[in-house]
Write a protein that binds this ligand. Structure first.
Ligand SMILES: [Mg+2]
Length: 147
């Protein structure tokens, strides 16, 4: 499995829901590195991108969305619940894709909204708490089996 920054998908005409923490940035991060920005720009050319974060740091996500010039999940619903979709505007006739690092949240969300799930390797920030790191392992080796 690759980090988002290493991916080279040839996606066109899709609505892409993009997880933030652990996918675009490390937990709580607010800036994409060069490689991630490049991968992001490539996807943005031919698709509708929406930042899809469960983080309580809404201001961070809003800023990031504004910088990247895409929509984001401002509503009260959270992944993996499909009600998240009701709070967003996007072309309904297009194929849906969910890109994220967690099977138990992003993978289940994809299933709930009939999107294709593209899992990516988790970006772990240097100050990441050990329970998080432990959880990433559980997610990868356990949750991934029954999603
Ligand atoms: Mg994540």
């Amino acid at each position: 499995m690759k980090f988002f920054s290493q991916t080279q998908w040839n996606l066109k005409n899709c609505v892409i829901f993009l997880d933030v923490d652990g996918t675009l940035v490390g937990e709580g991060g607010s800036k994409l590195d060069k490689a991630s920005l490049k991968a992001f720009s490539k996807l943005k050319k031919n698709n509708t991108l929406i930042l899809c974060s469960n983080s309580p740091k809404k201001e961070r996500t809003q800023k990031l969305a504004e910088q990247l010039n895409v929509d984001w999940t401002k509503g009260s619903h959270k992944k993996p619940h499909k009600e998240v979709l009701g709070e967003l505007k996007f072309p309904k006739n297009k194929k849906k894709v969910m890109i994220g690092n967690l099977f138990c949240i992003d993978g289940r969300f994809a299933k709930n909204i009939s999107a294709q799930f593209f899992p990516v390797k988790t970006v772990v920030s240097p100050h990441e708490a050990w329970p998080n790191k432990f959880f990433y392992i559980i997610d990868r080796y356990f949750f991934s089996l029954w999603i």
